[in-house]
Design a protein around this ligand. Structure first.
Ligand code: NAD
Ligand code: ZN
Length: 342
């Protein structure tokens, strides 16, 4: 099969012919239809400090995908040839305290698809059956391809109740954009998006933001009067990884507010803990998706009319992977899809 892989230490990825993956009795083999490019893939392609300490080449990258089942192991009964599926990108140990208690997203020994095991930027990918999610017939395959980051957005957006609340989203990357649509769909009063990039602020308005502000030009409290807000935000979603964005969010919270933190900073962040204490804020870290409650929630949110398709701004055939990665890296993009069937 053809696959996009890191062949050796150093920047870049190679499209190469490699052996098809083999499956065990509890696994399924999936013919990949479409994939989404994640920031993780960009880190691996660029071979930054994180990639250097994490990735052992040769490694097929990629973890956001949709495809169809083409082969099933002897123990697999829930999946049959032709089923349209995506995969949860964290393969958990199954034996730790949390896994045994059904809290698989808390497994400390999980292995990442396209990071610690061969990934989905290929014509075929193999996964344990316990990592596979059925789509319903008629799902938009571009949207199905990005269930992984959509799940990050849903996991964060549902961390605190948003019905009728005033919500701040810091960072309108693909995940912040999808969280904007989810917060709107789940009944937030105002969704204020803070994002330095003008293209992404426009996308945020298309995804349902009340207001999209440039944080270097406008301080968050300046919007309160305009939006009839009394005290500050009830819920914040930190989706930039930027230190100042987190500090600004904490300063702009109302008493009793909840701050869901998904963004991954590259360095330690100094915070005014007095504000956290005096306002009685709840700060909550969000990682990945809940297995499989978030997957269920994504499915029913879409079936109840949520539309996230505007987050997809670019589509390429897999042979144009360099252009696809350039578009994802540019910042002037939402999600970038690669088609593996063309
Ligand atoms: P992205 O890098 O595309 O988006 C981040 C956005 O934040 C960019 O548009 C950037 O312009 C904006 N930004 C920078 N400084 C800002 C500031 N001061 N205020 C407001 N916005 C600012 O990333 P993404 O793919 O959308 O992911 C969002 C974040 O979540 C990243 O930090 C990523 O590493 C992290 N992430 C976490 C998980 C998890 O499981 N916790 C999973 C995926 C991604
Ligand atoms: Zn475990």
């Amino acid at each position: 099969m053809l696959a996009l892989l890191k062949t050796a230490s150093g920047p870049g990825l190679q499209l190469q012919d490699v052996p098809d993956p083999t499956i065990g009795i509890n696994d399924v083999l999936i013919r990949v239809h479409r994939t989404g490019i994640c920031g993780t893939d960009l880190h691996i392609e660029a071979w930054d400090a994180w990639a250097q300490k994490t990735i052992q080449p040769p490694r097929i990258v990629g973890h956001e995908f949709v495809g169809e089942i083409v082969e099933t192991g002897a123990n697999v009964e829930d999946f049959t040839k032709g089923d349209l599926v995506s995969g949860e990108g964290h393969v958990v140990c199954g034996r730790c305290r949390h896994c045994l208690a059904g809290r698989r997203h808390l497994c400390a020994r999980s292995i990442g698809l396209g990071v610690g095991r061969d990934g989905a930027f290929a014509e075929f990918v193999a996964l344990p059956m316990t990592n596979v999610w059925h789509h319903w017939p008629g799902v938009d395959e571009d949207v199905a391809a990005i269930f992984d980051p959509f799940g990050n957005a849903v996991h964060t957006a549902l961390a605190f109740p948003t019905l009728g609340e005033d919500v701040l989203i810091s960072g309108a990357g693909p995940i912040g954009l999808m969280a904007t649509a989810v917060a709107r769909h789940t009944g937030a009063r105002h969704v204020v998006v803070s994002e330095p990039n003008a293209t992404r602020r426009d996308l945020a308005m298309r995804m349902g933001a009340t207001l999209a502000i440039e944080p270097r030009e406008r301080a968050l409290p300046e919007v309160f009067a305009e939006l009839d807000m009394v005290e500050g935000f009830d819920v914040a979603m930190e989706m930039s990884g930027n230190a100042q964005a987190l500090r600004d969010a904490i300063s702009a919270m109302a008493h009793g507010g909840g701050v869901a933190i998904l963004g991954l900073p590259t360095e330690e962040i100094a915070l005014d803990v007095n504000q956290v204490v005096m306002k009685m804020l709840t700060l909550r870290g969000i990682y990945g998706r809940e297995m499989y409650e978030t997957w269920y929630q994504m499915t029913v949110l879409l079936q109840s009319g949520l539309d996230i398709s505007a987050v997809i701004t670019h589509r390429f055939g897999f042979r144009e992977h360099e252009a696809a990665f350039a578009a994802a890296r540019s910042g002037d993009s939402g999600k970038v899809i690669m088609d593996w069937t063309a």
